[in-house]
Every structure is written in C-alpha cells, then in structure tokens.
Design a protein around this ligand. Structure first.
Ligand code: UDP
Length: 348
C-alpha cells in the first residue's frame, strides 16, 4: 500500500485537495494521511470546505497560524517533520504556493521523502510575492511536478527542471465541474443577497501586495467603486482584507460586502455574475470556467493563457481581446485522476 501524507492549510488547498482525495479514494493501493497546518482556521475559511467537499478529516491538526512568514513556516517545518518521522510516508503531497506548501516540501526533502507538487511551475516572476518564493523553492525540491498548463512546464524547463514534470491539467477545473451542478440545485445565495443573475460583479481581494499598504488597498477599492457605479459589486471579504481596511480606515460602503462563502455558494456567485474582479489566482481561472470575463487586480498573472485567450486582463490593460478563445490546456476535469495514477505508477 502506497502511503501519502498530504499537507494543506489554506482555502485554495482544501479545494484542490478535495479533488485529489476523491481520486485517491477511488484508486486501489494508495492511502492518504491528511495534515492540516491551521494556516486558515475560521470556520468559513476552513471547516466549511471539509464538510461541503467531503475532504477526509485531518489526521493531524497543527493549529499554526499567524506570526511572520518565517515564524509560521519554521513552526510548521518542525511540526511536520515530527509527523513525517512518525508516519513514514512514501510520498508527501503539497499544493500551490503557501507557507504550508513550503514547510511540507522542505520537511519531506530533508528526510529524503519524495515530494509531489500539485500546481507546479507557475511563476509571476515577481520575487516580492511570498507565494513566488514558496513555489520556486517547492518546485526545486519536488520529485514529481504536476503542471496545470504548458506555460508552467516551460517555466520549469527554463529553470532546468525537466525530470518528473507532467502536464496534467488543472485540478481546479475538476473542482469546478464537481461543484457547479451541486451549486445550481443547492445554493440559494443569489436569493439571499437579493441579486439577479447577470446583474452584479463578483470581487475578491486578499493579496499582500494589495492589502499591506493603505495606498494599494485604496487603489483597489477605488477600482471596485467605479465598477459599482454600473452594477452591484459583491465582495466576500477575506479576513486579511477586513483587517487591512479597518486598520487603514478605508470604507467599503459602496460595495456589497459579505463574509467569505463556502465553495458551493462561491460557485453559484461565479455562475451568476456578469464579470469578475480579483487578485486571486484560483478565481481568475474559475471566471473562465464559468464563462465570465475577469479583471485581475495585479501587475502580473501566472495564468497567462487566460489573458492570451481574451478572458482575462490585468487592470492596467485597456480591454478584453475579442473574440475569446477556449483554453484546452486545463484538461478535461481529470487532472486529479492523472496525478493519482501517476503516483501509483511511480510507486515507492
Ligand atoms: N473562494 C471561496 N469563497 C470565498 C472566496 C474564494 O470558496 O469567499 C474560493 C475560490 O472560488 C477559489 C479559492 O477560494 O477556488 C481561491 O482562494 P484564494 O483566492 O484565497 O487563493 P488563491 O487562489 O489566490 O491562491
């Protein structure tokens, strides 16, 4: 029996891990031990995803949140190391680009346990982003690198990483396909918010570069206020952005601010919106998966194919390219299956 230890801790990782865990459960000869670092801990940033998406309850919960990047990552590193020594897995599976990703990868690599990285090869080429540091370092200690796009494969090749690289498509697409149907019958969030399909914009803001200083956050909110002159802007407010706006005294009154929502409600909001304004990585692609144009509230994006195909534009860019083209490289909704099959094939 092949034994995986999966390390997750932040909202987007729960969503990605849900897709892979389902595939693990369907596959013989592989078992998963779930480690939750605690990086995201509010019920609506963590627990709700475990419930809605049927993620197995964590076998280990580290309760490590807050503090500086170094402190958080260091505490996770020590705690994960102890778990890996006890669990003796064949593989450690990490997702994306958070401090939990880096801590899991580094703890494993130091113990000579092979690391598999889901969403490998993404680059913003902006080393001031904490996520960029986490992904570069994680990729360089990973034995299997599961890329969502061809651009990601090329980024790795440019850094000399060619072994163990596989273009599997995007597990977020798997997640979207799973959630969309259930959300259409199961979510009444549009009714609860009193909005009509096609008559509102959906926004999310949480990147450090947009929330760490008052001027940057003001610029983002000013952009959303301009959109709000046309139609209602719904903003499920990330805790970091809530804290920042309170700290800087920035009013969010022009926007329809709601608490962060679960994945089914989020899927319903994406399905019903006119367009999306976001600094999130995942939400940029989900906009495309739901056939909605997106404005990315950043200076660069890792998901360059969404821009090339005309679905997404950086907010500094003039307008969308027309006509919009379909994007094939995110796969057919079977990225998780390909990942699990590959791990089983590679074995111990
Ligand atoms: N999301 C959600 N509820 C919300 C806001 C976002 O379920 O209130 C989902 C969103 O659909 C996407 C994921 O969380 O799948 C993105 O997470 P986030 O933006 O925090 O991280 P990133 O993708 O930028 O790493």
């Amino acid at each position: 029996m092949l034994k995986l230890v999966t390390v997750i801790g932040a909202r987007p990782q729960f969503i990605k891990a849900a897709a892979v865990s389902r595939a693990v459960a369907r596959q013989d000869g592989i078992a998963e031990v779930m480690v939750h670092t605690g990086q995201h801990f509010d019920t609506n940033m963590s627990e709700i995803f475990f419930e809605e998406l049927g993620i197995p309850a964590p076998d280990h919960h580290l309760d490590i949140a807050g503090g500086s990047h170094g402190e958080m990552t260091g505490r996770m590193l020590a705690a994960i190391e102890a778990i890996l020594i006890e669990e003796k897995p064949d593989w450690v599976l990490v997702y994306g680009d958070t401090n939990s990703t880096l801590a899991g990868a580094l703890a494993a690599a130091k113990l000579h346990i092979p690391v598999a990285h889901v969403e490998a090869g993404l680059r913003s080429f902006n080393r001031r982003m904490p996520e960029e540091i986490n992904r570069v370092l994680t990729d360089h200690v990973s034995a299997r690198l599961y890329c969502p796009t061809t651009a990601a494969v090329k980024n790795l090749a440019d850094e000399g990483i060619r072994e163990g690289v596989m273009h599997v498509g995007d597990v977020m697409y798997d997640a979207t396909l799973d959630a969309r149907g259930r959300a259409r019958s199961g979510s009444d969030i549009l009714v609860r918010l009193g909005v009509e399909p096609g008559r509102y914009s959906l926004a999310t803001v949480h990147r450090a570069e947009n929330t760490d200083d008052a001027a940057s956050l003001r610029a983002v909110i000013a952009h959303l206020e301009k959109v709000a002159l046309e139609r209602t802007v719904i903003l499920p407010l990330h805790p970091r952005t809530a804290q920042a706006s309170a700290r800087f005294g920035i009013s969010l009154e022009a926007l329809k601010v709601i608490e962060p929502v679960g994945y089914l409600d989020m899927s319903a909001l994406l399905d019903g919106c006119a367009d999306v304004h976001t600094d999130s990585g995942g939400v940029q692609k989900e906009a495309y998966f739901h056939g909605k144009p997106c404005v990315t509230l950043r200076g660069e994006t890792e998901w360059v194919e969404t821009v090339e195909a005309g679905w997404n534009r950086l907010w500094s860019m003039p307008d969308y390219k027309q006509p919009r083209r379909p994007i094939g490289e995110y796969g057919r909704g079977n990225a998780a299956e390909l990942i699990v099959a590959d791990l089983v094939m590679v074995g111990v």
